[in-house]
Structure formats: C-alpha cells, structure tokens
Write a protein that binds this ligand. Structure first.
Ligand SMILES: [Zn+2]
Length: 289
C-alpha cells in the first residue's frame, strides 16, 4: 500500500520524537486505517517517512496477511504489522461482532514485555467502536500507565461510542468527512437482507430486532448509530430505484426523516438505544409498506 499522507499532528509527533500515549483517529474506515498503518510504519523508518528501503520499512512492509480470530482458536488475537516486533495490529475477528477483551489483554501483555528493537512501539486498535466497556477499561489502564515509548492508536468511524474517559486520554485526529458508501462495507450485506424484508416482518420480530441494541449504553448507542447510517443509506438507494421506476417515495422520505430524528435523539439527547431502535424500525416498516 502507498503510504498515506500523515495529518500534521502525527507528523510532528514523529519529527519531534514525542509520542503521545494515545491517539484517536476518526473518519471513514479505509482512510483511517491507511493513515494508522502509515503512522506505525513511519515510526520505525530510519528516515521517518516510510522510505521502503531501510531495515525498518522492509520489516514493516506488506507480508502475507494473517487472519485474526478474537477467540484465538483459528488465528492469533492480534498480529504484527509486516513482521515488525514493535508494531501491533488489533481488529475484530472475521466472524466477530466486537473486539474481545481477550485481545486487549493479550496486547497488554505483549506491550508490558521488553520492546523488541528498543525503539518506539505502536499498537493500532482498528474497529475501536466495537470495543465493549470492559475492553475499553482495559485499554484505559494502558493509556494511564503507558509502557515507555509506546503509543496506542484507536481507529474508529464513530468516536461517539467510546467512553469519555478513553477519549480524554487521546489526542484526537479527525479526518475530513468524505463520501463513502456504507452499503459497500463488508458487514452491510447481512443488514441489507433484513432491511429488504422489513415490510413483511411481524411487530414482535421488529421488537426482538430492537432488543439487539440493549446492554451497555455506549456500545449499544455506537452500534445503533452505525445501523441508522446504514438504514438511511438503504432508504436513499430505495428512493433512487423507485423514482427511476416512476413509483411514489412519500413513505420512504417520512421514514428517512424519522431516522434522522432518531439519530439526533441518540447522539444529542442520550436516548435509550433499544427504544430508539424500536421507533426507527417501526418507521422503516411503515415507510416501505
Ligand atoms: Zn524506511
């Protein structure tokens, strides 16, 4: 992968050799991941900018990718970047809905050990919006008592889902919003299948669906926010399709307005995620019937 241009804050941290213990990178999935990777690689480059020629760059460069498994059964709990011993990458396992506490603990243990090369170490936690509260608290301990010369980089498309205590320990790097299609994200397919059937789903099943957003509020709210974004994108696509077929779209537009209200209630007024999901689902159903 080409190295992405680093935001100034990260570039300066490397140039002055003053790493903060935590960074919170938010923006679209691909862009934030590319920047986190470039930052980690630049931190071990002898020339400080991913020259692709020095020993550090050769070690951190692309290698055959190892699939992470959150249970540790079918793969490791985290991986190195390239095969560099000082660069760590954590993300959700392929079939997992969250980053598991075991993964954070394994990272913690690895970081407590002596640095492999005696230099800087960077640990990237991709999919940070999918950390549950327990995992976030484990991370918090790392942020409060960071091992020497170590930076954690939390990568997220929605910083709102992280605990305030975690956010406040990190320097924020917010990437400019860019057009991205949430329906193209790998986890979207299963949801889109359910949206397609929403008009034929019984109310009891809709309420069951809303129950998936029960539990620790921060996590449930982040997941519902992602869900609402997806549902809105799906509605938008449906409107475009129906308009091109000459069909009416009044119901869809009403539903889109309700979803937007739901998002506001969730983010600005701390509405209960499960109840907000019920309202959103009933509106979605009414809109497409
Ligand atoms: Zn280099």
């Amino acid at each position: 992968m080409d190295s992405a241009a680093l935001p100034t804050l990260l570039e300066r941290a490397l140039a002055s050799d003053r790493l903060h213990s935590g960074y919170l990178l938010s923006g679209s999935r691909d862009a934030t991941r590319a920047i986190a990777l470039a930052f980690a690689r630049a931190s071990v480059c002898e020339r400080g900018h991913v020259c692709e020629e020095c020993a550090g760059c050769r070690r951190s460069g692309p290698k055959e990718e190892i699939t992470i498994d959150g249970t540790g059964k079918r793969g490791p709990l985290f991986r190195q970047i390239g095969d560099h011993p000082d660069l760590f990458w954590v993300e959700r396992g392929e079939d997992d809905t969250r980053v598991r506490i075991g993964q954070v603990r394994a990272l913690q243990t690895a970081l407590r050990l002596q640095s492999g090369e005696g230099g800087r170490r960077i640990a990237i936690i991709a999919d940070a919006e999918w950390l549950n509260v327990e995992s976030q608290n484990a991370l918090l301990r790392l942020l409060e008592e960071p091992p020497p010369k170590t930076a954690l980089v939390l990568v997220t498309s929605s910083a709102a889902g992280l605990l305030a205590t975690v956010r406040s320990r990190c320097q924020r790097v917010k990437l400019p919003a860019e057009a991205h299609d949430p329906l193209a994200e790998p986890e979207a397919a299963a949801w889109v299948g359910r949206f397609e059937n929403v008009g034929r789903t019984s109310v009891a099943d809709l309420l069951d669906w809303a129950e998936e957003f029960r539990g620790a509020r921060a996590l449930a709210a982040a997941q519902l926010e992602a869900w609402l974004e997806l549902a809105t994108a799906w509605l938008r696509r449906r409107v475009a399709e129906r308009v091109s077929e000459g069909g009416g779209v009044r119901g869809e537009l009403d539903a889109a307005r309700t979803l937007s209200d739901c998002r506001q209630a969730l983010v600005q007024r701390n509405a209960n995620p499960q109840m907000t999901a019920e309202r959103a689902l009933l509106a979605l159903q009414a809109g497409v019937r």
